[in-house]
Design a protein around this ligand. Sequence first.
Ligand SMILES: Cc1cc2nc3c(=O)[nH]c(=O)nc-3n(C[C@H](O)[C@H](O)[C@H](O)COP(=O)(O)OP(=O)(O)OC[C@H]3O[C@@H](n4cnc5c(N)ncnc54)[C@H](O)[C@@H]3O)c2cc1C
Length: 337
Amino acid sequence: MIRIFENIDISARNSFKVHQQAAKIVEFDHNDELSQLFAEHIKGEWMALGGGNNILFTRDIEPTLIVPCNCHIEILSQNENSAHIRVGAGLEWDDLVAWSVENDLWGLENLSLIPGKVGAAPVQNIGAYGAEAKDCIVNVEMYFPEQGNFITLAAEHCNFAYRESVFKHTLKGRVIITAVEFMLSKQAQPKLGYGDVTAKVEELGGVSLKNIRDAICSIRRYKLPDTAVTGNAGSFFKNPIVSTTIAEALAAQYPDMPRYGTSDPHSTKLAAGWLIDQCGLKGYSEGNVGVHHRQALVLINTTGNATGSEVIAFARKVQSAVKEKFGIEIDTEVNIL
Ligand SMILES: Cc1cc2nc3c(=O)[nH]c(=O)nc-3n(C[C@H](O)[C@H](O)[C@H](O)COP(=O)(O)OP(=O)(O)OC[C@H]3O[C@@H](n4cnc5c(N)ncnc54)[C@H](O)[C@@H]3O)c2cc1C
């Protein structure tokens, strides 16, 4: 079924809870409705929207927002080692993780409780606690309105990297992801040793799929603001990747500075939250916007009245403070519209 909403407030469709208007939103339940949808309901520009958990709206939105609502989970094949599944883009990401844990399938558990839809997961290659969506994605299925057809792109052609993919570059604004295929393991593959996960898993009774999910849910509930209560979009900034020479020079000055290796020995990832915290900004707020008191990477709509432009102005101040103290640029992770 196709549902159409015109001239509506989108504060309930973005996790920052900013009030802007959208000219038109269309939701569809089935892939075979897409050609009709483009023929009859979309005349000009359009944009795909999931749950709005990684978007900051700074103005009213003229392009039609297209929201996939297809929510199936289909097992395409399985053997004693793994299961190959296909999941509709409209399913809540965490419902998929819960389903995988209930079905003893490993791979997604560290990505528990990341808000958003399955269709958005490949866009920024969501990641947390040492895991990334790309570790399990095998194919991404999408509709190409320019050609009016569906294509399936194998993971190796999606250019996945840290919070990156082809969907943020060459294919940005050109495709609607309609389903994602994952390969999940039936063999235990715990990814521990990141953050406080190991200790929490032990506290819950030891390593199991369910305990890892429960540990991560518990840590995230403690550390991150609940979007139902406080508007935010998770990490507002990406962790900067700098040359290892720069990282070593900074580490000599700041011995406690966290550093993470990357696949390139000449590059080192730094923790943007730590850099912001060192600027004395954790918990700091101005007007309607602030830095979360437990996780400095997260900017929050403190009063519920923040506008997108206010958030941007505040973010620029945070970026300048980090640049001034450490000489490092921190980029935004959130999509700004
Ligand atoms: C409290 C909180 C915690 C978070 N924690 C994490 C975390 O730990 N790790 C992490 O990686 N992210 C995290 N995020 C960010 C966010 O959850 C993810 O980016 C998520 O994938 C966004 O999903 P969404 O459906 O809300 O996408 P949206 O915000 O609606 O869209 C994000 C982008 O994807 C595009 N898009 C969405 N759906 C489609 C589609 N079907 N086809 C084509 N393009 C599409 C949109 O156009 C937009 O550019 C967090 C956010 C919040 C609010």
